[in-house]
Design a protein around this ligand. Sequence first.
Ligand code: G6P
Length: 370
Amino acid sequence: MTAEKAGFDHFMLKEIHEQPKAYRDTMLGRISDDGRSVELPELKMTPEQLKAINRVHIVACGTALHAGLVGKNVIESLVRVPVETDVASEYRYRSPIITPDTLVIVVSQSGETADTLAALREAQRCGARVLAITNVVGSSVAREADDVIITLAGPEIAVASTKAYSSQLIAFFLFGLYWAQTVGSQDEAAIAQVLAAMQALPEQVEKILGQSETIKEVAESISHHSSLFFIGRGVDYAVAMEGSLKLKEISYIHSEAYAAGELKHGTLALIEEGTPVIGLLTQEDLYEKMLSNIKETKARGAHVLGIVNEGHEQEVAKSVDRFFAIPRTLPLLTPALSVIPLQLLSYYASLALGHDVDKPRNLAKSVTVE
Ligand code: G6P
């Protein structure tokens, strides 16, 4: 078993460290040699069919749903087509409004989650074309979908998903760019710029992994608390949701993710002396707004860890108790970096509490019953 973990104490830590490779493998062969366009020959849908799509539903469960929330940001910003995200167990029972021009994207690491598979079938029954993003070739979801993009994260053993989630983000970036180039919503230079930034991500993840000591210290201090908050705006809010889920899954510490601007509408009442708050500040255009939200929590005694872009260290140090800087990338791509310290945070918190990191209580890797 130790050999399978390649020297790591747990599968989760091994899988966190495999993310640079997972990013490279998922991009491999899907970016043209000149780095200016995306190639997705596996898609059966024609450019004409893609051009006709005017509405998207992204449907998934758990961590895959959180990747879908980032996917919504990606597609809406690159293609300007409206995207709704939905929990698979809700979607199938709420008579979703599906037109012939609706694309349904199901996201599933295993490709076997019962609710996601049922949502896929419901979407097809209503006449939608379904694109699956999955990590398992030959899975039920991969077999039944009309189009499939396989993430090449490799087998994921730990129940808490890490490299599968982040590879799903890479798949969304690729698909969003492919769609943008097909309909012409982004020019070639803009697409080449995003692709260049994507190709820098694996090395940037390696740099983050080399600085995990800071996160370990914060994780040990939060492990003594019974409740904490993750806050962010824009795509940072989607990442906050994933950070919160990860922490709950393996450390059993209660946490909530909040859109930072919503705090004052209720949750601020829960902040007391010493309450840990993890604030994500990677979106430059929302940076000042995030800082003022963080100040609101600090004024009530919160103990704040800020996740910032490199270059903000000195300035953010005045407003937070601890900070962690991630390398700079394009705003849309930041989730592929900012999620890494959050994965490490939950890993080290679980470890500090002596829990079974790879097999948390009450949870299964793949839920194949409703
Ligand atoms: C289970 C796992 C989660 C996962 C979810 C969806 O609940 O514990 O980690 O995110 O299923 O799984 P899928 O295979 O569809 O991505």
